[in-house]
Design a protein around this ligand. Structure first.
Ligand code: ATP
Ligand code: MG
Length: 365
């Protein structure tokens, strides 16, 4: 039996509540399976620690992340926790992990769930993954590319061949594992850019095309980012895996989440060649913190993604089986519709949803 060491960072706001549910689901279902065991090591990091001790992320907590097999995070940051220059302290944790561990691919799955009404309920089924380049692009400007003078502000977009190649390869690898797009089962990677206007995006597309040529078994196409937003609403079944530069990936993945039931369901993984960090796509939602009403499903699905990623890396079918079980159990709870948090129109609490997921999983075994 393989044991994985998981660094758990519950964080701030609703973070501890939703993380408690995700870790309970992980512990109970790995125990029930019997073929995999998790050593969960909790770390105190984020705005709360910064407010109490003046440091958001100690070297000790960081080292625990580096030494783990994977990192599971709730949500980091509170609006009142800011450095004197206005930057939120959540960057001390998120950016340190993302950049120092080279978590260059942001993976955000988006799919419609049977039984759940959403803005796109009447549209074709949605089941695609956004792969967001995570460490360069326009947001890389924050580390030295911006310049604000009296009347002009400029930012610099950085697209490297290596970075684009790596994130494109992640996208094709993912497409190879999936069942293709809902429309016709075709395996397809779509490059989202603005190659008609900016040469940096034309370069992104050119490198993407080179990687695509190395994967003749998987289709490849391109969509401009403006057209993309319309397709996401009107023809979402045309997508399988979507790859985009950092800022575009950020924007289209938020839109994607909104089309299928909102942030409470949006899982994400930030992965590199050696490390992986899994957390819900939403933030710490301080206005509903402590009330026991936060939707834990995005975090539970992120935990399932973590197991899937471990399964791949370690060729461990047991981890993949538990990941699949968690996913199916979430599907059962959503389809049943009786135990849902208020963001999905229900009246259940955070812990109740967790219990319903575990019960549904046990019933499936
Ligand atoms: P960040 O800056 O960290 O991205 P944000 O300002 O975008 O944070 P979120 O914390 O993501 O905000 O939350 C925005 C709103 O969405 C919250 O106020 C809350 O109403 C809702 N929300 C987010 N996550 C959840 C959740 N898990 N369950 C229920 N509602 C949620
Ligand atoms: Mg946000």
């Amino acid at each position: 039996m393989t044991e994985y060491r998981i660094a758990v960072l519950p964080g701030d706001g609703i973070g501890p509540e939703i993380t408690a549910v995700a870790t309970a689901v992980l512990q109970q279902l790995t125990a029930a399976h019997g073929g995999i065991s998790l050593d969960l090591r909790h770390q105190d990091a984020g705005a709360g620690r910064w407010l109490r001790e003046g440091v958001a992320f100690t070297d000790e907590a960081y080292d625990a992340c580096v030494r783990s097999d994977a990192i599971l995070m709730g949500a980091i940051g509170l609006p009142e926790a800011r450095h004197p220059d206005g930057r939120e302290v959540n960057g001390d944790v998120i950016f340190r992990l993302r950049f120092d561990l080279d978590l260059y691919a942001g993976i955000r799955p988006v799919r419609s769930w049977p039984g759940l009404t959403s803005p796109l309920s009447a549209a074709p089924p949605v089941d695609y993954v956004v792969v967001r380049e995570n460490v360069e692009g326009l947001y890389a400007s924050r580390t030295g590319g911006c310049n604000v003078r009296d009347e002009v502000a400029t930012d610099t977009i950085v697209i490297t061949a290596t970075g684009t190649r790596k994130v494109s390869e992640q996208a094709f690898r993912l497409a190879g594992k999936r069942g293709g797009r809902p429309r016709d089962g075709r395996r397809l990677v779509t490059c989202v850019d603005k190659a008609n206007v900016l040469s940096s995006y034309a370069f992104f597309r050119q490198v993407f095309d080179q990687v695509a040529a190395e994967h003749p078994d998987i289709g490849a196409d391109h969509v401009y980012v403006d057209a993309m937003t319309a397709y996401q609403v009107q023809q979402p079944d045309m997508f399988d895996v979507v790859v985009a530069e950092n800022m575009f990936g950020d924007i289209i993945s938020d839109l994607a989440a909104a089309t299928v039931g909102g942030l409470g369901l949006a899982a994400s993984g930030d992965i590199g060649d050696r490390h992986g960090l899994f957390q819900p796509a939403h933030g710490s939602a301080p206005t509903i913190a402590g009330k026991g009403v936060a939707n834990p499903i995005a975090t539970v699905l992120s935990a399932a993604m973590m197991l899937d990623w471990l399964a791949d890396r370690h060729a461990d079918p047991a981890a993949a089986e538990v990941a699949r079980l968690i996913d199916d159990a979430v599907g059962d709870v959503l389809a049943d519709g009786r135990v849902l948090t208020p963001d999905l129109g229900g009246t259940a609490g955070t812990a109740q949803v967790g219990e319903a997921i575990i019960a549904a999983a046990i019933r499936r075994r």
